[in-house]
Write a protein that binds this ligand. Structure first.
Ligand code: CU
Length: 178
């Protein structure tokens, strides 16, 4: 049971290590007055990662080209999002530009440029071996301490049975008292 839980935790934890979801602006979200150049500068964006823009109804997320980013122009927007909770998959390498086209929000800082580098796109080929390795280590490592482990489990079960038995014995006793 413990091994099964451990495997489940490993399986759940493994994908998180390969694809990151970057919350744009972190706690500030997609908002005026946030320096997204600074926000992006401390991060590595790998192919396969996602960007999450969270924003109010007074904002939008438009994917533009570099000229649109530099000039704060969404006239040639590649994609437009206004749902307030936009997930963008950074599926391939390259540079991606996002601006808020509302009023002068872009010139007020609502512009983000990210450079996506290879990483996750090449990892799917590498992922199965990595995911395949932990079960192998899991099957080999428990096999070594098996006697002590089984003994511990055996003792545990015996304790459980004892407690359960004690409880069962208490029931009629309580019944007699009541
Ligand atoms: Cu805006």
């Amino acid at each position: 049971m413990a091994v099964a839980v451990g495997l489940l935790v490993l399986l759940l934890a493994a994908p998180a290590a390969y694809a990151a979801n970057h919350i744009v602006g972190d706690a500030s979200g997609w908002e005026t007055g946030v320096d997204y150049t600074t926000w992006a500068s401390g991060k590595t964006f790998l192919a396969g990662d996602t960007l999450l823009f969270t924003y109010g109804s007074s904002h939008r997320v438009d994917e533009v080209n570099k000229a649109g980013y530099d000039g704060c122009s969404a006239s040639n927007a590649l994609q437009t999002h206004s749902d307030g909770n936009t997930t963008i998959a950074l599926s391939s390498t390259g540079s991606y530009y996002y601006i808020c086209p509302i009023l002068n929000h872009c010139s007020q800082g609502m512009k983000l440029a990210v450079t996506v580098t290879a990483g996750n796109s090449s990892t799917p080929g590498g992922t199965p071996p990595t995911t395949g390795t932990p079960p192998t280590t899991n099957t080999t490592s428990p096999s070594t301490p098996t006697p002590s482990r089984n003994g511990a489990i055996g003792r545990f079960r015996w304790m459980d049975a004892f407690v359960a038995g004690a409880c069962l014995m208490l029931v009629p006793l309580l019944g007699l008292v009541g």
